[in-house]
Design a protein around this ligand. Structure first.
Ligand code: V47
Length: 373
C-alpha cells in the first residue's frame, strides 16, 4: 500500500479500490462514482499519483506549440461556447485568409516549434481546399512541424458539407499534411447532456467512430472532457469509460484532457466555474479510470497555472505546451496568460518537484539545444 496510511484510505471508504488497483483489476462505473463522491481529495489524489508515478515517475511532459483558430464562424450553437459567431459579418466574426494563417507560423521562424494545433468554427461557406491548402502551406513553411488539426466534430462537418465519407476527409487531409487529431469536441458523451449543451453538432457515436477510423489510418489523437457544468459524476465516469472502451479497441489515444468549463460570455454564464478541488479530483479520477491511456494532461490555460502545477500530484503528467494566442478560453473569461515560454513551463514543473521533459506531439523526447532548464 506504500506510505499513505491504510487507515486513511479505509476511513475514506477507498480501501477496496486501493486493493483493486494493487491487483491490477479495472475500476468500473460504480467505483468511479465513489471516487467522485469521496470528500477525501488527498486520498483520491494519492491513489492517482501512485498510478502516475508507476507510469512516468517524476517525468512531466510539455511541448513547444502554437494554437491557431483560423475562423470563429460556426453554424453550431453549443451553450458553453463564447468563441463562435454564427455568420460571417456578425460582430466579432473573423476568418483568416490563408496568407494571414500562414503568417502566424512564418512570424515564428525563430522559435523551435514542434506543433501547430488548429481548431476552427464550423464555417458554412469555405471550400474544402481552404483546409487542405492551410495544411500544405504550413508544411511548405516548416516541413518538420507536426500538424495536430481539426476536431472530430470538424471532420464530421466537412464530410457532410462536401459530400464525402469521414474516412475520405481524413485521407485527403492526411495527403495535405495532417499528422494527428486534437481531442476537442468530445464535451460530455452522455446523450442527456450532449442534447442540452451541444445539440446541433456531431454526436457521440460519430465522434468516437472518427477517432476509430483515424487510428486505423495510423493517426494518433487525444480525447477531452468538458466538466463543471450540468454533468453528473456518473456521466463523467461514463465519458471516461467510453474513451477507455475505444482505446481497448485501437490504442490510438495518447492523452485524456479534462477541460474546465469557463462561464463568461456564453449561454451557461449563470453557472459557477468549477473549483480547484473539483479540478484536482477530475484529473485524479481520470488517471485511475483510464488504465489504458498513457497520459493525463492538465491544460493550464483552462485550469489556471497554479492548479495545473498542483495537479502534477493528482495524476497529471502532461501540461500541454507554450500554446500562444489561445482564443477559446480567453473569450470565455480565462485569466491565465496567453502563452508561456518553455523556460517558464520547465521552471514551474521543477518548482512542483517534478522533472520537465520537452516532448513532441508523439511523446518523443526533444532536446532543444537552446533551452537550458
Ligand atoms: O471542444 C469551448 C472547449 C474545446 C469552452 O487535443 C470550453 O491536445 C471550457 O479541445 N469553457 C477545444 N471549455 C479545446 C480542446 C483542446 C485543448 C487543449 C489541448 C487539446 C489537445 C485540445 O474547448 C472544445 C470545448 O470542449 N471549450 N468553450 C468554455 N467556455
Amino acid at each position: 500500500m506504500g506510505d499513505f496510511p491504510l487507515s486513511r484510505l479505509t476511513h475514506a471508504g477507498l480501501g477496496d479500490l486501493a486493493e483493486k488497483l494493487d491487483a491490477g483489476v479495472r475500476l468500473d462505473l460504480a467505483d468511479g462514482v465513489r471516487l467522485f463522491g469521496s470528500r477525501d481529495v488527498l486520498a483520491v489524489g494519492w491513489l492517482a499519483n501512485r498510478e502516475r508515478e508507476r507510469r512516468h515517475g517524476r517525468r512531466t511532459y510539455f511541448n513547444y506549440n502554437i494554437r491557431l483558430e483560423a475562423t470563429n464562424v460556426c453554424v453550431a450553437s453549443c451553450l458553453f461556447c463564447s468563441f463562435a459567431r454564427l455568420k460571417p459579418g456578425d460582430p466579432g466574426a473573423y476568418t483568416m485568409s490563408l496568407e494571414e494563417a500562414w503568417d502566424k507560423l512564418r512570424r515564428r521562424s525563430h522559435q523551435p516549434l514542434t506543433e501547430v494545433h488548429v481548431v476552427n468554427g464550423l464555417h458554412p461557406d469555405l471550400p474544402f481546399e481552404y483546409y487542405t491548402e492551410l495544411l500544405r502551406g504550413f508544411k511548405r513553411i516548416r516541413p518538420e512541424v507536426h500538424l495536430k488539426c481539426f476536431t472530430a466534430v470538424e471532420i464530421a462537418f466537412f464530410a457532410d458539407l462536401y459530400g464525402m465519407s469521414d474516412e475520405q476527409v481524413l485521407r485527403e487531409l492526411m495527403a495535405a499534411g495532417l499528422d494527428s487529431l486534437p481531442g476537442g469536441g468530445a464535451e460530455i458523451f452522455a446523450e442527456r447532456v450532449r442534447r442540452k449543451i451541444a445539440h446541433d453538432k456531431c454526436g457521440t457515436e460519430r465522434y468516437l467512430d472518427i477517432h476509430r477510423v483515424a487510428h486505423r489510418l495510423g493517426l494518433r489523437s487525444n480525447v477531452t472532457m468538458l466538466y463543471g457544468h450540468i454533468e453528473t459524476a456518473e456521466e463523467r465516469v461514463d465519458h471516461m469509460l467510453r474513451a477507455r472502451r475505444l482505446q481497448d479497441e485501437t490504442g490510438g489515444f495518447q492523452a485524456f484532457i479534462p477541460l474546465a468549463f469557463h462561464p463568461d460570455n456564453n449561454q451557461m454564464r449563470q453557472l459557477p466555474a468549477p473549483s480547484a478541488t473539483d479540478t484536482l479530483q477530475v484529473h485524479a479520477v481520470a488517471r485511475l479510470m483510464l488504465d489504458n491511456i498513457a497520459h493525463v494532461k492538465a491544460f493550464w490555460i483552462a485550469t489556471g497555472v497554479e492548479v495545473a502545477q498542483t495537479a502534477l500530484w493528482f495524476g497529471v503528467d502532461d501540461l500541454d505546451g507554450t500554446v500562444q494566442e489561445e482564443k477559446i478560453y480567453h473569450m470565455a473569461g480565462a485569466r491565465t496568460p496567453e502563452a508561456m515560454t518553455t523556460r517558464e513551463i520547465a521552471r514551474l514543473i521543477r518548482a512542483a518537484g517534478r522533472e520537465p521533459v520537452e516532448r513532441d506531439t508523439l511523446y518523443n523526447e526533444v532536446r532543444s539545444a537552446q533551452v537550458v532548464w
